[in-house]
Design a protein around this ligand. Structure first.
Ligand code: AMP
Ligand code: GLY
Length: 424
């Protein structure tokens, strides 16, 4: 079978490695991939060059396409591949709106009674500003459309909230994505990421995880694409999981069906465990990055068979099982990320025991060099979270490149939570 995986980051590398475990995956193209993906043939087409992707897949008799990033999904690559008669994993454009438009997602939750923060949607700056005056800070201001994960501003004062609205609506800080804004209530509680396979009839949650989005230790500094993940998430107790399934996961699948936007693919639930129970912070129409680098190494079942079953709407007929173990995916970044950083430094490794998933890397004259902010993630799986975290940090010391940067407290909050529970 010939498979194409769209995207070029650590998430895609984790997907490719897992697909490769099935001998049926004889050839994998990564579009565009990166220099660290030795398991695949990289094709220099951008993930957003949809027509070129379809043409490449047609010309090379690709049997199955896995669309990993949000942009091509939101732009409708699935629909174009369908028209060309090429099978793929990932939702249609209509279903990807669950991530593509925050206003759509919030209205869906309101209509179907799915727990989320209270909110209003605005297309007029004056109205948004007037609404803010009546609120008690902090106030959460979100650009409606995709903004590279940066379109959410938590304003600590009314003045900051006003400025956030003005910068999005009048000054186009996030381009067209901020022409419409969502203003919502600030929620508190631990966050949990849950990825789920769904074929629109069955929904199977994967093992839960905890991302660490801020750049610096102690959850300080700027928001990033994610600096490390541990799985499972100790705050996601069996009771919370049951409520999430009944109040959020299944109602979301049913709501999308009712709206004639049946969702097939990986649906990502960003949840906050509030005092009132789990609530949705965000939906994504795809695997999370770097959650995937922690979650897929725990998958015991065959990823290719699962993905094919999702597309053929027979997910209930295949096994989806995870190891009863823990994992830690530690991101090694270029110092300065997410702002300015230097690239072009050679990456070397010596004695790494875990799995490396490459992201911002390039192969130059046979040598691997950093070319992006998040360079790679190293993942360790172990019987306890404590061991997985310690092993990932030991591996981080065995990988070297100039200006290597990583947080030193990935997993700390989760380990503290486990400690508290067991000493009750
Ligand atoms: P999002 O891009 O929607 O995931 O938002 C980015 C981050 O902002 C989330 O991971 C939360 O930490 C935070 N956030 C978003 N919405 C809220 C909210 N209503 N209350 C508190 N924090 C929020
Ligand atoms: N790690 C967050 C995301 O993939 O959106």
């Amino acid at each position: 079978m010939k498979i194409a995986v769209i995207g070029g980051g650590g998430r895609e590398h984790a997907i490719i490695k897992k697909l490769k475990e099935n001998p049926k995956a004889e050839k994998i193209y990564a579009i565009p991939g990166n220099g660290g993906m030795t398991e695949a043939e990289c094709v220099p087409i951008k993930a957003t060059e949809l027509e070129k992707i379809v043409e490449f897949c047609r010309n090379n008799a690709v049997d199955f396409v896995v669309i990993a990033p949000d942009d091509p999904l939101i732009m409708g690559l699935k629909d174009m591949l369908n028209e060309a008669g090429i099978k793929s994993f990932g939702p249609s454009k209509a279903a990807a709106a669950i991530e593509g438009s925050k206003a759509f997602a919030k209205d869906l939750m309101k209509k179907y009674g799915i727990p989320t923060a209270k909110y209003e949607v605005f297309t007029e700056e004056n109205e948004a500003l007037a609404f803010i005056e009546g609120l008690t800070p902090p106030v959460v201001v979100k650009a409606d459309g995709p903004a590279l994960g940066k379109g959410v501003i938590i304003a600590e004062t009314i003045e900051d909230a006003r400025e956030a609205v003005h910068s999005m609506m009048a000054e186009s800080r996030f381009g067209d994505s901020g022409k419409r804004v969502v203003i919502e209530e600030f929620l508190t509680g631990p966050e949990v990421s849950v990825l789920a396979f769904t074929d629109s009839k069955t929904l199977i949650p994967m093992v839960s995880s905890m991302d660490h989005k801020r750049a610096s230790d102690g959850d300080r500094g700027l928001n990033t694409g994610g600096m490390g993940v541990v799985a499972p998430n100790p705050y996601y107790t069996p009771e919370v999981a049951e409520r999430a399934a009944l109040e959020i996961f299944l109602p979301t699948m049913a709501a999308m069906n009712k709206e004639a936007r049946a969702f097939k693919g990986c649906l990502y639930f960003g949840l906050m465990i509030t005092a009132e129970g789990p609530k949705v912070i965000e939906y994504n129409c795809r695997f999370g990055d770097p959650e995937t680098q922690a979650v897929l190494p725990l998958l015991k079942s065959d990823l290719l068979e699962i993905m094919l079953a999702v597309e053929d709407e027979r997910l209930s007929s295949v096994p989806v099982e995870f190891e009863d173990k823990c994992s830690c995916a530690l991101v090694l970044a270029s110092k300065g990320y997410p702002e300015k950083y230097e690239t072009g430094y050679e990456i070397t490794e010596n004695g790494v025991e875990g799995e490396i998933f490459y992201a911002g890397v390039k192969r130059v004259d046979g040598r691997l060099k950093n070319s992006g902010g998040r360079v790679l993630a190293v993942t360790e799986v172990a019987p306890t979270l404590k061991k997985a975290v310690a092993a990932a940090y030991a591996d981080a010391a065995r990988i070297d490149f100039k200006n290597k940067y990583f947080r030193s407290d990935i997993g700390k909050r989760a380990l503290d939570a486990i400690e508290k529970q067991t000493t009750f």
